[in-house]
Design a protein around this ligand. Structure first.
Ligand SMILES: C[S@@+](CC[C@H](N)C(=O)[O-])C[C@H]1O[C@@H](n2cnc3c(N)ncnc32)[C@H](O)[C@@H]1O
Length: 306
């Protein structure tokens, strides 16, 4: 609420890489419990959902045929509670779930312990600074990825802009709304993902569909009228009473996203805009059946490393 010193104020202003990273790490740590409480049921414990429309990888097959996932070393970027990685592990893949937020990853551990599943806890990297994870995490996560395949998920806390893995460590990378909408320099993430993937590997990620930035983030009719320029790349920032950012999202146009992918060294194989399915009557923030039937809410980029 405006004027309330407890509540952050929303604005549009610049936010550099360091400010975005610090703000978002804090926001996800503070809000992970509420996020998982609110969305955990929809995401499921071990489903791979690409976005609020509910497009499920089990049907979409954007990572390739499910039976070809067996044995692959997979990096999930911005994994949250690692639901997608758990789905991958159940298909015999060897996923590493990476996230900047300690509390999001804690929920991955909690779910695994509740389910009684084996967790490669030794690979979890806490402390989080990408620099420290870069030395400690690389060995731990690499080792776990190399020995998985039995339903385990390795967890790594690090920033997607500085991946703590050796070159060519992974056969596949994916992200369902993880990290990319939140970083100031998405090309840096593309280049990092390119570096850790083997030649010819696939990289599939979903983000908020860029057209959504022109509309108010409201699920009802008020979210159907253009209220801002689609071309305005000024970040969305929530800041405290001292002007310190506590949450940041970065806008890129569709063309920007394509150029980011290419600049990162990838070929774009497909751009998927999931339609809102008849079965989904759930709202997720500004995503709703009303808007989903009229304008796209999610863009999924299916890319291949050179
Ligand atoms: C919307 S959630 C997506 C996670 C999961 N797929 C889901 O649907 O819950 C975004 C995730 O990206 C993570 N994230 C944000 N910025 C990041 C960064 N720079 N590096 C790594 N992860 C980041 C957040 O901590 C959060 O867990």
């Amino acid at each position: 609420m405006a004027g309330d010193p407890e509540e952050p104020a929303a604005t549009r202003r610049t936010a550099d890489a360091a400010e975005s990273s610090r703000a978002n790490r804090g926001w996800w740590d503070r809000n992970a419990d509420e996020y998982q409480e609110e969305h955990g049921g929809f995401l499921g414990d071990d489903r791979f959902v690409w976005g609020p429309e509910g497009l499920d990888e089990a049907e979409a097959g954007l990572l390739g045929p499910a039976d070809a996932l067996r044995g692959l070393a997979v990096l999930e970027v911005g994994a949250g509670a690692a639901q997608c990685s758990r789905w991958l592990a159940a298909r015999g893949a060897r996923p590493v779930a990476l996230d900047i937020s300690h509390r999001q990853l804690w929920h991955a551990l909690r779910r695994d312990s509740e389910a009684g599943a084996a967790v490669s806890g030794g690979a979890a990297v806490s402390g989080g600074a990408a620099g420290s994870a870069g030395t400690g995490g690389a060995a731990g996560a690499g080792g776990a990825a190399g020995t998985g395949g039995s339903g385990t998920v390795a967890l790594v806390q690090a920033d997607a802009t500085a991946l703590p893995f050796r070159d060519g460590s992974f056969d596949l990378a994916c992200s369902a709304y993880g990290a990319i909408p939140f970083v100031a320099d998405p090309v840096r993430v593309m280049r990092e993902v390119h570096r850790v993937l083997r030649p010819g590997a696939r990289w599939v990620f979903s983000v908020t569909h860029p057209i959504r930035w022109a509309f108010p983030d409201e699920p009802g009719p008020e979210g159907l009228s253009v209220a801002a320029s689609y071309f305005d790349r000024t970040p969305y920032v929530e800041q405290d009473e001292t002007g310190r950012a506590v949450y940041v999202e970065h806008h890129r146009t569709l063309g920007d996203r394509v150029r980011d992918v290419v600049a990162g060294g990838f070929r774009l194989l497909d751009l998927v805009e999931p339609e809102w399915p008849a079965w989904n009557d759930q709202e997720w923030g500004g995503w709703s059946p009303l808007r989903g039937n009229l304008i796209p809410g999610t863009a999924i980029f299916v890319c291949e490393r050179d």
